[in-house]
Design a protein around this ligand. Structure first.
Ligand code: PLP
Length: 394
């Protein structure tokens, strides 16, 4: 009676494809779909430092009280230091931080806040992580800005800047802080400066999404652009995810930072963020937050940095191997454009029909835009993947 008019919703583009992969019975199937880091055995393991922290917090974890509405203060300090580095000490008095339910929760809380107090039009890159549109559509209007030049296979600064220059003040612009999903193409430090300059001149609200700190060039270097925006005195938001760099996907650990101009604004912004959070999920879960604070705040930190470095190095080396093997098998085509890509993803220049053939004929799963999770490759499957790519591209 009440549900009669409810239409069937479309499956999620990424999770839906992952389900199809799991249902496929072909033994040689390859999963390049979802953004989960896999080791050389294609396992998604808990990092050993995270496992140790989990064991250490067993006693604390027996506490069953609610966390505050905006979560663990220890987590705010720990992630503030990780994200903003040496600047954190001076920034702390004007940066509000709220622990959220993953990076997605941070995006959603930030979106609701912007819609109420900044602006209701959200500009997201084209292409972008599909969930950006879904999140922002719930609270406002979504437009897309040009980001990727398909013919040049790289980030298109001039198209992006021309777009930004015609926006009205207080438009909210989603910027992927590092390791752009899905293209793998990030602006250079010089290009980030131009983006910051335009955003300041046009009075646009930067909303950074950071889901891959440490997966690009290094933990500090991956955050250089965000630190630059802060040093330049811009006001902005950062939605931060601990899902990938702490292998805590299912624990839903994230943080929303609001970089404001002074202590009074921090307090006012924080008071409104708390109202948004309270009306959504009241307060965040504790377990994952305690783990992250423990890893970052004590002797485990050094080994965790090494574990993040190792994940990044494996991704970089698989990408290099892929390019070498493709180049030697298919000499007339160029694949060097894949090499500067940052993070887990690379955009392979494929048509939708070619992707469909990869799935149907070769059991190699990837979204139809040609995005591959490079961490889904290992020394056992890479030759099959190269062979299949060469076949569908020729
Ligand atoms: C670009 C981007 N932003 C945000 C997220 C959200 O991360 P979380 O799983 O912490 O919600 C992801 C996850 O895949 C992502 O790729």
């Amino acid at each position: 009676m009440f549900y009669d008019e409810v239409p069937e919703g479309p499956p999620d583009p990424i999770f839906g494809l992952s389900d199809a992969f799991h249902a496929d019975v072909r033994p040689n199937k390859v999963n390049l779909v979802i953004g989960i880091y896999k080791n050389e055995d294609l396992q998604s393991e808990l990092l050993s430092t995270v496992r140790k922290a989990k064991e250490e917090i067993l006693k604390e974890d027996l506490l069953a009280d609610y966390l505050p509405i905006d979560g663990s203060k220890a987590l705010v300090g720990a992630l503030g230091g990780l994200a903003f580095g040496d600047l954190w000490e001076s920034l702390e008095e004007r940066v509000y931080g709220a622990q959220t339910v993953g990076g997605t929760g941070a995006l959603r809380i930030g979106a609701e806040f912007c819609s109420a107090f900044v602006g209701k039009t959200f500009h997201v890159p084209h292409p972008s992580w599909p969930n950006h549109r879904q999140i922002f559509e719930r609270v406002g209007v979504v437009e897309t800005y040009p980001y990727y030049d398909r013919s040049m296979r790289k980030f298109d600064l001039s198209a992006m800047l021309s777009y930004l220059k015609q926006l009205s003040p207080k438009s909210v612009v989603l910027l992927q802080g590092t390791c752009h999903n899905p293209t793998g193409c990030d602006p250079t430090p010089e290009e980030w400066k131009q983006i910051a300059k335009t955003m300041r001149e046009r009075e646009l609200m930067p909303f950074f999404d950071v889901a891959y700190q440490g997966f690009g060039t290094g933990l500090d270097r991956d955050m250089a652009q965000i630190r630059y925006f802060a040093q330049e005195g811009l006001e902005f938001l950062v939605a931060y995810s601990c899902s990938k760099n702490f292998s805590l996907y299912c624990q839903r650990v994230g943080m929303l930072f609001a970089v404001t101009s002074n202590r009074a604004l921090k307090s006012r912004v924080g008071s409104q963020m708390k109202r948004v959070i309270r009306a959504n999920y009241s307060n965040p879960p504790a377990h994952g937050a305690r783990i992250v604070a423990k890893v970052l705040g004590g002797p485990l930190r050094k080994s965790w940095v090494q574990e993040v470095d190792a994940m990044r190095e494996r991704i970089v080396s698989m990408r290099k191997k892929l390019v070498e093997k493709l180049s030697s098998r298919c000499k007339e085509k160029r694949f060097d454009y894949l090499l500067p890509h940052q993070g887990m993803f690379s955009f392979v220049d494929l048509e939708k029909e070619q992707v469909a053939r990869l799935i149907e004929e070769y059991a190699i799963y990837l979204p139809d835009n040609g995005r591959i999770n490079v961490a889904g490759l290992n020394s056992k499957n890479i030759d099959d993947v190269v062979e299949a790519l060469v076949n569908v591209m020729s």
